[in-house]
Write a protein that binds this ligand. Structure first.
Ligand code: A3P
Length: 318
């Protein structure tokens, strides 16, 4: 593919260029990896994909999916989750990340773990993911909160030793980034198209695609944990219910618990493109409605209007 021929735009916060491919915007390293994955990655029918747009709850979804999938089978023989790898590792390090870990399909898979995670939109998933009927679990988030989280994340990861930092600090402004996000020119954006792709797929194939909302999972995590377990074909047994395993998973994966673990407070993740990211950057407030503390009234109205127009006729409401 000739890079010079495809549309590109400056991403202010991350201060790199975003390239438009199959309707969505990506930094160059992710785009290259996406193309490689589309050509090389072969999904197995038993694979389960955990998907979300950046800043919509990906880290949490991975933790929940991992804790539910691996309970009792491998790490938690003592039933109280006290040996769960999530206590020692960031969730991004226990569930492989398709576009970061599988470029050229070289990473060997853990045969016992069917989980994979991705930010890719539905229409750009490798063909074998769809044709194999892999289960997909998607987490969407209210767009205003997603944007606020997105903004803070990129501000946070602009570290002195990132090669883009100087330029980014000068050029990024909240208002300008807001405009770009609204125009769909954000990492993995247009956000609304990403959400709608998975929403439609969940309606067409309810047994294959599970659509979750961050706000609903936050509002009743226990209910969502049971729903996730059923969806992946591992519902909680009566014995597990009696032993409060679902409740323990909720507690293990809670924002309060994960964000206070040493690994998530002090660890560093080095491998996301050119960026050096502290684990703690994946945990900020973990609440719904923080946009109220950041968006001016006109910004709120602009974004709500976009949501209204984009979601028209879809039966999806944020
Ligand atoms: P905020 O910036 O609003 O706090 P992603 O994982 O997709 O990068 O999204 C990050 C957002 O999810 C951040 O939102 C972060 O605080 C929140 N988050 C991370 N872990 C969480 C958890 N266990 N429970 C709820 N929210 C969580």
């Amino acid at each position: 593919m000739l890079l010079t021929k495809i549309p590109r735009v400056k991403c202010l916060s991350c201060s790199t260029e975003l390239y438009q491919y199959q309707g969505f915007w990506y930094p160059l390293d992710i785009l290259e990896s996406l193309i490689s994955i589309q050509e090389n990655f072969k999904a197995k029918p038993t694979d389960i994909f955990l998907c979300a747009s950046p800043k919509a709850g990906f880290t949490w979804l991975k933790a929940l999916g991992f804790a539910i999938e691996t309970r009792r089978t491998r790490f938690d023989n003592d039933d109280d989750l006290s040996t769960n790898p999530l206590l020692k590792k960031l969730s991004h390090d226990v569930v492989p990340w398709l576009e970061l870990d599988f470029t050229n399909n070289i990473k060997s898979r853990d045969p016992k773990l069917p989980l994979l995670a991705t930010h890719l939109p539905y229409t750009s998933l490798p063909e074998s993911v769809i044709s194999s009927g892999c289960k997909i679990i998607y987490m969407c988030r209210e767009p205003k909160d997603t944007f606020v989280s997105y903004w803070h994340f990129f501000q946070r990861i602009i570290l002195p030793n990132n090669k883009y930092s100087k330029e980014a600090q000068v050029s990024a402004s909240f208002e300008k980034e807001f405009e770009l996000f609204c125009e769909g020119k954000s990492v993995g954006g247009p956000y609304w198209d990403h959400v709608l792709g998975l929403w439609r797929a969940s309606i067409e194939k309810p047994g294959t695609v599970l659509f979750l909302k961050y706000e609903e999972v936050k509002g009743n995590t226990l209910f969502s944990v049971r729903k996730l377990a059923e969806f992946i074909g591992k519902p909680f047994s009566d014995k597990e219910e009696m032993e409060r395993v679902p409740q323990r998973i909720v507690e293990l994966c809670s924002f309060e618990n994960l964000s206070n673990l040493k690994v998530n407070k002090e660890g560093k993740r080095l491998s996301v493109g050119p960026l050096e990211i502290d684990h703690s950057a994946f945990f900020r407030k973990g609440m719904s409605g923080d946009w109220k503390n950041h968006l001016a009234d006109e910004m709120k109205e602009t974004m709500d209007q976009i949501s209204k127009e984009k979601l028209l006729g879809s039966n999806l409401v944020f």
